[in-house]
Design a protein around this ligand. Structure first.
Ligand code: BDR
Ligand code: CA
Length: 306
């Protein structure tokens, strides 16, 4: 599978990265960056650094610094740390980012290999919305678009309604779930990701088998788990972004509902993902997940890293 990840790294973004990088059936050939968990500058620096640490050296295309229509929310430093990787201070990346804008690259890559590329978007959807605005065939040119975002029948994680990625750019999310054409769109939201608990002992096991990747994830995971502990009382975290990358290759781990969708763009429920009936674009929303099988896959593949 040829894969691009659009990302705002971020602790769980890094976990998703090491899954995709190590998977023998995934060709992770580029990263695009987006504001969200961190500023766009930190997102790009972190993405470059992940490629350096893993030896993957994927080219990194920088995307949008702010949402389409609302003022930006501050970076989620209380969730992911000041620069996205908990208390871990990374050095300067060894490489430069590409000159091309992320949405221009996405449009071009999809056009050059129609039907071949999976795009997995694990941050706010601003880059993807801009790609759709630039090319109405963008989603049709992909093999599939898989998104981590939204809370359909469960509570949000930035208040009662919204999930963080959709809340950070609700206008973009609404454009994307209503994208023209028949290309496949899969939504992996809190309905499934909040069922998946990754424990401190799971980080320890990864650090044991894969000192480079697992050791790094265990370090940055401490900060992330402390955030969750304040809410749940347990030192663990949810596998939000990794679940979306896993769904790219193993959709059978999910139960999906095919439905029309919209995202609320104003008022108290801003960022909420809702069903829209009446025809038009249909998406596949994940509504249930095989928790143990997903966790097994994640641990087995990340353990292939050095
Ligand atoms: C999503 O928001 C970010 O904090 C995570 O990286 C994930 O993409 C979960 O709501
Ligand atoms: Ca993310």
């Amino acid at each position: 599978m040829k894969l691009i990840i659009d990302t705002d790294p971020g602790v769980d973004d890094a976990m998703a990265y090491f899954y995709a990088h190590a998977h023998p059936k995934i060709d992770l050939f580029a990263l695009t960056t987006i504001f969200g968990n961190v500023t766009i500058e930190d997102a790009t620096r972190n993405a470059l650094w992940l490629g350096d640490l893993s030896g993957g050296k994927q080219p990194v295309y920088q995307g949008q610094a702010a949402p389409l229509a609302i003022p930006p929310n501050p970076p989620a430093d209380f969730v992911h740390g000041k620069h996205g990787f908990g208390d871990y201070e990374i050095g300067a990346p060894l490489r430069e980012r590409e000159a091309e804008d992320a949405s221009d690259f996405l449009v071009r890559a999809a056009r050059e290999a129609p039907g071949e590329i999976t795009l997995c978007a694990i941050g706010p959807l601003t880059n993807v919305a801009r790609a759709i605005e630039k090319d109405a065939d963008f989603v049709s040119n992909l093999a599939q678009l898989v998104i981590m975002g939204g809370a359909l029948d469960v509570a949000g994680n930035v208040g009662p309604y919204a999930e963080a990625n959709f809340w950070n750019d609700p206008h973009a999310a609404d454009i994307v779930v209503n994208a023209p054409g028949a290309g496949r769109i899969v939504i992996v939201g809190l309905d499934v990701t909040s069922q998946i608990e990754f424990l401190a002992s799971d980080f320890d096991a990864l650090a044991e088998t894969s000192p480079v990747a697992g050791g790094f994830l265990r370090q940055i995971g401490q900060f992330y788990m402390e955030f969750y502990k304040q809410k749940t009382g347990r030192l663990s975290c949810h596998l939000h972004d990794p679940s979306a990358v896993i769904a790219c290759l193993e959709p059978d781990l999910m139960d999906m509902e095919e439905t029309g969708l919209g995202v609320v763009t104003e008022g108290e429920e801003i960022g909420d993902l809702v069903r829209r009936t009446g025809g038009g674009r249909q998406c596949f929303v994940c509504v249930d997940v095989q928790v143990d099988a997903l966790l097994d896959t994640f641990k087995r593949i990340v353990a292939l890293n050095p």
